[in-house]
Design a protein around this ligand. Structure first.
Ligand code: FAD
Length: 435
């Protein structure tokens, strides 16, 4: 019989896969996943054009070497093919026809003043000031307040807030516009400092996507991990006993030496009812639900296709309410050519032609607030005791810092840490994971 400890990993998103990957040599790993596929937000839909299959991502799409160091190392170890991607965004207002994008933000002030309306010039000036002043405020810890408070205190215009901040931030954190104001200002500033030091247009970052969709890396990871993977297996409780942990499935109870809970924080709280210490952290993270649609209906982007960028931010006023949405132009984002144009829209208020809808999905994503940011100071202590460890994108990336929360890198980093915590409490002859 094997002397290795038996470890259950609950949730097969990147956090769970990271934990399983780092445990693969030292533990017998069983992965439980509620969905009928592995990957969580690494969710690829395969479309067929003639004899060709194209993998299109619908949630996680991009990463880069600068702010995803551990994830990129993982991809290198798995020998995953990556594609280069030039960023770029375009804002458009469907009602007024106003639009601007990465190229306009790269113009000089004189050029902007000459060619564009006053609304855009105000925004351009505020964006330029924000990128100049905000990093200083970040370093002096003057940005440890909500975004709303930071923008009020520093007198930023409505044009800048609604034409620049909302549009970029809703796409980066996948939450509706009304939730953006509670984001810590430091988190937004850290994002810009890390991603866009060379300009306002978002094109100075060496973005990467996974060739033929993120499911390609998930498949490769599963081959290397070699775990017992149980899809369509929702866990309903985990209970620590004197000798191990009971994992309660709808079909019965299984016993493990230790468990990694790699679900979202609210789901983890419901599973670990006997861990009030952990729930005090987990219950502080609220989630927002996003309706994502993969389709071929171009009515969600401007009529002039030369304006289509990878990230398109639309705005329209309907029944007196201004609404905005994000439309990813997937051909450009993932760098493929095809017969059809493919879009993924998030919370789009427009009617998408039902005949052009390929797949509809719902994803939930943590709402990052000053409280969630503050708990990053000691969240990793959660895994110092108990046989039940936690990980997920609601943790920050330990290599990058407390402002990188909610990404593939932060989820991956927390999985590395959870695996290390499991191995620290394993018999002495087993190797340790370095974090
Ligand atoms: C639309 C969208 C776009 C995004 N784009 C990017 C991007 O381009 N780059 C980036 O870095 N990040 C992006 N993100 C952020 C993304 O959420 C994180 O990068 C990361 O994928 C989250 O990983 P995770 O493992 O924490 O959670 P998930 O991937 O959600 O995995 C959690 C898993 O746990 C499973 N589970 C939950 N409860 C149970 C249970 N009781 N029993 C069994 N299984 C359970 C779930 O089914 C799920 O598979 C995006 C998010 C969204 C919503």
């Amino acid at each position: 019989m094997s002397s290795k400890q038996r470890v259950a990993v609950i949730g097969a998103g990147i956090a769970g896969l990271s934990a399983a990957y780092h445990l693969r040599d030292d533990a017998e790993v069983t992965i439980f996943e509620r969905n009928d596929y592995v990957g969580g937000h690494a969710h690829t839909v395969t479309v067929t054009e003639g004899s060709r299959e194209i993998g299109i991502d619908t949630a996680f799409v991009v990463c880069n070497g600068r702010t995803y160091p551990q994830l990129m190392q993982f991809f290198t170890e798995l020998d995953v093919d990556l594609c280069d991607h030039t960023g770029g965004f375009n804002f458009f207002d469907l009602d007024t026809g106003v639009q601007f994008g990465s190229e306009e933000f790269e113009l000089t002030e004189e050029q902007v003043a000459k060619r564009y309306p006053a609304e855009f010039l105000t925004m351009w000036r505020d964006a330029e000031r924000f990128h100049r002043e905000a990093p200083r405020d970040f370093l002096r810890r003057r940005a440890d307040v909500s975004l709303a408070e930071y923008l009020d205190t520093n007198g930023y215009s409505a044009e800048f807030r609604y034409g620049y901040v909302v549009l970029l931030a809703t796409a980066v954190w996948s939450v509706p516009a009304e939730l953006i104001w509670e984001l810590p200002a430091s988190t937004l500033i850290a994002f810009y400092m890390a991603h866009d030091p060379g300009g306002l247009g978002g094109r100075s970052v060496a973005w990467k996507t996974v060739a033929n969709g993120s499911a390609s890396y998930v498949r490769r990871a599963l081959e290397v991990i070699g775990a017992d993977v149980r899809t369509c297996s929702e866990i309903v409780a985990v209970r620590e006993t004197d000798t191990g942990v009971e994992v309660v499935t709808p079909g019965g109870i299984e016993h493990f030496d230790q468990v990694v809970v790699a679900t979202h924080a609210d789901e983890a709280s419901r599973l670990a009812t006997d861990r009030p210490d952990a729930r005090a952290y987990l219950d502080r993270v609220a989630y927002s639900r996003t309706h994502a649609v993969l389709h071929t209906d171009p009515s969600v982007v401007p009529g002039d296709r030369s304006r289509w960028q990878s990230w398109n931010y639309g705005r329209a006023t309907r029944e007196g309410r201004t609404q905005s949405w994000v439309a990813y132009y997937m051909n450009r984002l993932q760098g493929f050519t095809s017969e059809h144009d493919y879009f993924v829209t998030l919370d789009c208020p427009l009617q998408i032609d039902p005949d052009r809808v390929i797949r509809e999905m719902h994803f939930t994503h943590p709402i990052i607030t000053c409280e969630v940011r503050a708990m990053q100071d000691d969240i990793y202590h959660l895994n110092n005791r108990s046989r039940v460890k936690f990980c997920g994108s609601y943790f920050h990336s330990r290599k990058i810092g407390p402002d990188l929360i909610g990404s593939h890198e932060s989820a991956f980093s927390s999985g590395v840490h959870a695996a290390a915590a499991i191995l620290r409490s394993a018999p002495a002859n087993q190797s340790a994971v370095s974090v």
